[in-house]
Design a protein around this ligand. Structure first.
Ligand code: SIN
Length: 295
């Protein structure tokens, strides 16, 4: 199917912003934007550039959590994480902090945000407050290019297949253990305002259609645990192939962070991976925007 709209194929002209691509496959820095004072005409161009480039980067921004939230709300409602708590004074904003000596790096595997939810996040907006002197970059992979590069045979075989996606905290625990952990985390998430977001397992089409551009995408990430209708050995081989294929270097771009960098990515067409290669403080403010049911 080629339902691609002019949002991604037509001429690219902007009057209020400058767009500087950062890689061949996708990703662009948007210049001339002050996120603290964004008029409607500039926002319209930002949105257009975001749909086209999938990952957009704004440098040297000086915004408060309220201003970040106001920017996020222009893209849609807020998607609340089922088991992570927002900041006390800004529950819609997650503060992601890694300290020197911490072994765990949030998001350090290929994934798309909240894919375990029936309506995974449309977009994620990450704003750097403190960054390591080197390292701590984020990688992104273009799931439109990954889909397009599959053979016709593979596209035909997998065209109607669904994946079963499970939240990270529940992947290793099956049956009762998984349920107990889930109940425990439900209590932890008592502050979450939208109970619909609490679901941590869901089925999704392996190939999805981007609801705004019509482009086909491989909808994959670390939360995808199995493929409906296949034997376990087949699933393992197929998922191993698809995972490696989807993040081929030529489908990726990379964002290096400085305090004041804000990056916004489209989870409907992008996987990402936070690189765990530093041992200094890194502090980010993260907001996810609500998405729809993938089809
Ligand atoms: C995430 O997975 O949302 C976090 C990415 C990052 O911290 O670079």
């Amino acid at each position: 199917m080629d339902g691609t709209t002019t949002a991604t194929t037509g001429p690219e002209t902007y009057n209020h912003i400058e767009v500087k691509p950062i890689a061949g496959t996708m990703g662009a820095e948007l210049l001339g934007v002050d996120l603290a004072a964004l008029d409607d005409a500039t926002f319209d161009e930002v949105y257009k550039a975001w749909l086209r480039h999938q990952v957009v980067v704004f440098r040297d921004q000086d915004i408060t959590p309220d201003q970040q939230l106001a920017f996020a709300l222009r893209f849609g409602g807020i998607h609340h994480h089922p088991y992570m708590k927002g900041m006390d004074d800004h529950p819609d904003v997650l503060e992601i902090v890694k300290e020197p000596g911490d072994n765990y790096t949030f998001g350090s595997s290929w994934h798309t945000d909240q894919m375990f939810n029936p309506q995974p996040a449309k977009a994620t907006m990450l704003y750097a407050k403190e960054t390591p002197s080197a390292g701590g970059d984020t990688l992104f992979a273009n799931m439109h290019d990954a889909y397009d590069a599959l053979s016709d045979g593979m596209k035909d075989m997998l065209s109607d297949v669904k994946t079963w996606c499970v939240g990270d905290r529940f992947k290793r625990a099956g049956g009762l253990a998984r349920n107990e952990r889930y109940q425990g985390n439900l209590k932890m998430a008592a502050k979450v305002r939208d109970p619909g977001n609490l679901q941590t397992e869901s089925a999704h089409p392996l190939f999805r259609t981007h609801p705004e551009t019509g482009r086909m995408a491989l909808f994959l990430g670390g939360h995808a645990q199995t493929l409906h209708g296949f034997e376990e050995a087949e699933v393992e081989s197929l998922l191993n192939f698809l995972r490696a294929h989807s993040v081929r270097p030529e489908f990726t771009c990379r964002v290096n962070w400085k305090p004041g960098t804000l990056t916004l990515w489209d989870n409907r067409s992008v996987q990402h991976h936070a690189i765990a290669d530093y041992n200094e403080r890194r502090r980010m403010h993260r907001i996810t925007i609500a998405g729809d049911t993938p089809v």
